[in-house]
Design a protein around this ligand. Structure first.
Ligand SMILES: Cc1cc2nc3c(=O)[nH]c(=O)nc-3n(C[C@H](O)[C@H](O)[C@H](O)COP(=O)(O)O)c2cc1C
Length: 180
């Protein structure tokens, strides 16, 4: 099984990136997770969507080839980041690469709510016709106080979160089999 992670922060020390890297490492024997960079994606522009830049085509091809998508979202101003919104706009047009593809959402922030508002919006977005991505129900991953949950090397150190994620990932793999 091949999963792509779409991380809505391009910050070098991003907690959301570290969360994606934790999933990549811990479940490496269960599925391959490729973390896609959003750094090289140009701004979405409807004037060029039919002749999109190579960076967009490469990014969308990787998403299309995956069996599932892991969305790892920061919370910016009570919603998803513009970086993530931009990637979503590209994915929602012309070749709709997440159409029918199973998704799971996670998010990390230093606050107590762990991106709850951003995830609420992202769930709605995935329901839009340009996305139409079925989302793992009943498993919501809010990593709050993220600055206390990773060590200096970026490893997740919070045992309760690690155990919780084990269960969520197990649930995701069972649920997503109906789609692949
Ligand atoms: C533009 C901006 C807006 C933010 N708005 C929120 C917010 O609404 N809620 C929140 O919990 N954190 C907010 N934050 C703090 C982010 O959660 C924090 O910077 C987090 O570390 C970003 O994710 P990252 O570590 O993956 O880059 C904001 C940060 C930025 C840069």
């Amino acid at each position: 099984m091949k999963v792509v992670a779409i991380v809505g922060s391009i910050r070098k020390e991003s907690f959301n990136l570290k969360l994606a890297q934790h999933v990549q490492k811990r479940y490496a024997d269960q599925f391959e997770l490729e973390i896609l960079s959003l750094r090289d994606l140009p701004m979405y522009d409807q004037d060029i969507e039919l002749d999109a830049p190579q960076a967009v085509l490469d990014f969308k091809a990787k998403v299309k080839a995956a069996d599932a998508v892991l969305w790892v979202t920061p919370e910016y101003n009570s919603t998803i980041s513009g970086i993530l919104g931009n990637a979503i706009d590209w994915m929602s047009r012309v070749d709709r690469v997440v159409n029918g593809k199973p998704s799971i959402i996670m998010g990390a922030s230093m606050g107590a709510l762990g991106t709850a508002k951003a995830q609420m919006h992202l769930r709605d977005i995935l329901f839009a016709s340009g996305l139409n991505s079925p989302l793992l129900p009943m498993n919501e991953v809010y990593v709050g106080s993220a600055h206390e949950k990773f060590d200096a090397e970026g490893n997740m150190t919070d045992e309760a979160t690690i155990t919780f994620l084990d269960k969520v990932i197990e649930n995701f793999q069972v649920w997503m089999r109906q789609y692949v």
